[in-house]
Design a protein around this ligand. Structure first.
Ligand code: ZN
Length: 418
């Protein structure tokens, strides 16, 4: 049995001076810290001044794109994809994917993401890396058929799903059509039928550029959300990402569908100079999750940074400061992500999976400590994370990834000096 002690903060409550008891991958109990002697504990981590958070759910990533960090800055998203990213992606080999996925994933884990939802090519390699590190990973093989791209053949997406479905506790396959303009309606319908039969999640970029909206309109006379509805995929298994050009009508249609919208405010603010109508979506009942998107363009696989930008950019976008409170944004990063992925997590309660983050808050920026939600969103950094537990196992502690026995610096050396 393992215990984490400190102040528990989840989206529903704050509990001071408690111990979280973990056994067999789940949270067994949450008790006052002075009753710790009632259990026979093997290891205790944390203490006074530590915060215990539910693992952050990074609901949209492309971890291997750590390889492209800093490339193609300050150009529009369509040009960024066609002139910079897609040509570079044609050079990938399985070995290179593993090297860079390990780096991107390790960075996310060390910064408090216990779960990622990844969308990329060579998905088998990314799944293997997730098992090496011990992170919880939902992974889809990117599919495109409207762009000539050999790495993204639709049949590979289905094959990947079948290979990994039911195979692992940590790695769960998804279906990952690229976007509404890069996948034909015909293939999107096939994806929808497959998803219904297998109860699969569909993870898709949605309304992420003006060009996407124009292309879907020209081809089908539809908006991107109407296209998803026509394809039969607009339902509670859909995880749409970005949505920065959604119209008011689309916000209504999307909100009634039960689908999740993943908000990557930093990435879209940098690539397109705008963010999604998140407050309108949330007010109409859409489940909101947060994601880092790719290390290029955001620079950091750090959900604390993502939370901070989401809280601030929504205020600027709406020209109102009474929206996107720290507690609400923290809820998007935990409960919202777990709901999107259809698993019962995101809270620190007996019976919940032991996906936990221990934050060393014995630092000036965490005082006076009366409003921990504010401190988590506005003051914390990924580097304050001291320990990460996934499924009851300590997979990261003080810079060391325990499953592979390597530190962050050794991973850096492996790429930089090879
Ligand atoms: Zn993306």
């Amino acid at each position: 049995m393992i215990a984490l002690t400190g102040t528990v903060v989840d989206a529903q409550q704050t509990l001071r001076d408690v111990a979280v008891i973990v056994e067999s991958g789940v949270i067994k109990d949450v008790i006052p810290a002075d009753r710790l002697g009632e259990y026979s504990i093997d290891e205790v981590y944390g203490g006074k001044g530590y915060l215990i958070l539910p693992g952050l759910v990074n609901a949209h990533t492309h971890v291997a794109m750590a390889r492209f960090r800093g490339l193609g800055e300050d150009i529009p998203i369509e040009q960024w994809l066609s002139d910079v990213i897609w040509p570079a992606e044609l050079e990938w080999t399985p070995r290179e994917i593993r090297r860079w996925a390990l780096l991107g994933m390790a960075e996310a884990l060390a910064n408090g993401s216990t779960t990622i939802n990844d969308h990329y090519f060579f998905a088998d390699e990314i799944a293997k890396v997730a098992l090496e590190l011990g992170i919880r990973a939902f992974i889809g093989q990117t599919v495109m058929d409207e762009v000539d791209f050999p790495l993204a053949k639709p049949e590979e997406g289905f094959r990947f799903f079948k290979r990994w479905d039911g195979k692992s506790d940590l790695v769960k396959p998804t279906l990952a059509p690229h976007a509404t303009n890069t996948v034909s309606l015909e293939i999107m319908k096939e994806i929808g039928e497959f998803a219904s039969e297998r109860n699969a999640l569909i993870h898709v970029h949605l309304s992420q550029s003006r060009g996407e909206v124009e292309t879907v309109k020209r081809r089908y006379g539809l908006t991107p959300v109407e296209y998803l509805e026509r394809a039969g995929v607009l339902n509670g298994r859909l995880i749409g990402v970005h949505g920065i050009y959604l119209s008011g009508k689309e916000v209504g249609l999307y909100s009634r569908s039960g689908a999740t919208l993943v908000h990557c405010s930093l990435s879209m603010a940098k690539l397109e100079g705008r963010i999604a109508p998140i407050i309108e979506l949330a007010e109409k009942g859409t489940n909101i999750a947060l994601g880092n998107d790719s290390p290029n363009p955001v620079g950091l696989m750090d959900m604390f940074t993502e939370m901070r930008f989401a809280a601030v950019l929504n205020k600027v976008w709406r020209k109102r400061t009474d929206v996107a409170s720290a507690r609400e944004v923290f809820s998007w990063a935990t409960l919202g992500g777990a709901r999107a992925l259809g698993f019962r997590a995101g809270l620190i309660k007996p019976g919940y999976p032991a996906d936990l983050v221990l934050l060393n808050a014995r630092k000036p920026q965490f005082l006076p400590g009366e409003n921990p939600y504010s401190h988590i969103v506005y003051s914390a950094r990924g580097s304050d994370v001291e320990l990460v537990m996934v499924n009851g196992e300590v997979v990261y502690r003080n810079g060391l990834f325990t499953r592979i026995g390597k530190t962050l610096e050794e991973l850096w050396e492996r790429v930089e000096l090879s």
